[in-house]
Design a protein around this ligand. Structure first.
Ligand SMILES: [Zn+2]
Length: 172
């Protein structure tokens, strides 16, 4: 076991290094859900052992990506990890919806099934993220341009997507 402190929320963690899959570069902090680089595990033992928190770790697959909803008047900051395959993202609602990611917001100009992001493996073992508008009422702004019908773009790290009046940031 190796004791480390989460660099984000400073919770003390005990990591069973034998249970970490090989080849990962980061794992998820069980408390704040942010990534902790595996390189931190090579630091000297003993730090962080004063905390009683012991955690089960869920490794982040590199390059799967996440969407951060930037906060505004009607919306709190929210982070959604993406999964391989298709995610439909839109305004959370009690009505039935095909959305797999529901954003808590009062922004009524955001459709309930507003955008589609497909995550596919590429030939180098990484992932590519294909964004398209999901026939939304108010369309989708990407790099200051509205996406056309059926248009698909590949997202790059740190790019922003605007749906309704709400800004989403994509990170790899
Ligand atoms: Zn943390």
């Amino acid at each position: 076991m190796i004791a480390v402190k989460c660099p984000h929320c400073h919770v003390g963690l005990k990591v069973d290094e034998k249970k970490l899959p090989s080849g990962i570069t980061s794992f998820k902090c069980p408390k704040c859900k942010r990534p902790i680089p595996v390189s931190m595990l090579s630091q000297k033992e003993g730090e962080g052992t004063s905390s009683s928190d012991t955690a089960l770790l869920h490794p982040l697959k590199k390059g799967i990506g996440r969407i951060t909803v930037l906060p505004n008047a009607g919306t709190a900051e929210q982070v959604f990890p993406l999964a391989e395959g298709v995610s439909i993202i839109g305004r959370k609602s009690s009505r039935p919806s095909l959305a797999t990611i529901g954003i808590e917001t009062t922004d009524r100009s955001m459709s309930r099934e507003h955008i589609r992001i497909e995550v596919k493996k590429d030939s180098k073992g990484g992932y590519k993220h294909y964004l398209s508008d999901n026939n939304s009422k108010n369309h989708t702004l990407y790099n200051s341009n509205y996406l056309g019908e059926g248009e698909e773009v590949i997202l790059n790290n740190n790019e922003e997507i605007i749906i309704g009046r709400t800004v989403l940031r994509f990170n790899e």
